[in-house]
Structures are given as structure tokens and as C-alpha cells.
Design a protein around this ligand. Sequence first.
Ligand SMILES: [Zn+2]
Length: 177
Amino acid sequence: MRRSPRARRWRLEVPWGEPARLTAPRSMSRIEVERVLHEKRAWIEEQRRSQVPRLGLERLAVSESEARTGAWELVSAFAEEEAEQLGVAYRRIRIGDQRTLWGSCSPRGTLSFNWRLVLAPVEVLDYVVVHEVCHLRFLDHSQRFWKLVDWRRPRWREQRDWLREHGPELLAFRASE
Ligand SMILES: [Zn+2]
């Protein structure tokens, strides 16, 4: 539990694989805190139950630098191929350590990707790359953007669903160095 001078109301989070975290405003009394924790006990347990490791990541001894290099190589190859197909160009590719994001495309043409994608099935990594390359054509999530994605990768929904289901576990993964 953490007190925050800036918090207007309490917030309860159950980060993947970590203890539950309650952020409370200074004004919240001890009794109110106890009440929230009591009322939310079942919810916390439900969150915990959905956080069962299924990807076998704990068995992987991956160093972050190796993973980043691997991610960069794969992402670059896929992005180059897709950009050529679509007749678009990007400025550079950045591999980052985003906590919540898989990929992004800046208005100036920088494509950024989360290095943890290299731990996902290759079709999933491919979809994220293609999604961002399609943003070089349309920098929004308009109908014509999704039409383009649909044309390039008709099975993109399967990859998106995989990310929804397993993404939190992937994002919680810490490399060995
Ligand atoms: Zn997008």
C-alpha cells in the first residue's frame, strides 16, 4: 500500500506476477483502506488466478542484450520487406523496453518495438511490425487503416487475440541481465 499526495481516489492494481498494490490518497483513513482490501479480496484472487504462467518463459535464460539484438534483426527484416511491398519508407527502427506497448510509429517515421516481441510466436511479431508499417500510410486507426491491415494480414485478429491473452505475461518478463 502506498500513499500518494496526488491521488484523488484510491486505485488497486494487481501487476502480473507481483503483489497487489493499493494507491490511496493521504486523506483516506486506515479503516477505509481495510474496507477496500476486504471488499476487493475476491477480485484480487480472481486476477491472480488469471496470472498463471503459460508461456514457459521462466525456463528461458535470455539476456536482454541478446534478445534486443534478435528482436532488431527480425523486426528489421520484416519491416523492410513490408515497407517495400507497400511502397512506404521509414526513417529508423528503435527497439525499446516499453512497459505497456508493443509498437508505435511516430509522425516522423520512426518505428519503435518492444524487445519482448521476440519471445512471442513469430506470426505475432510479424503482425505488430506490419501494423506499424501500415501506419506509415495511415497514421490513425481509421477504417481505411484496418482495411489495409486486413489486406496485408487477413488473420491479424488471431495475433491480436494472442497478445490480449498472453501480452501481460510477456510484458512482466524480466531478462536475466
Ligand atoms: Zn496502431
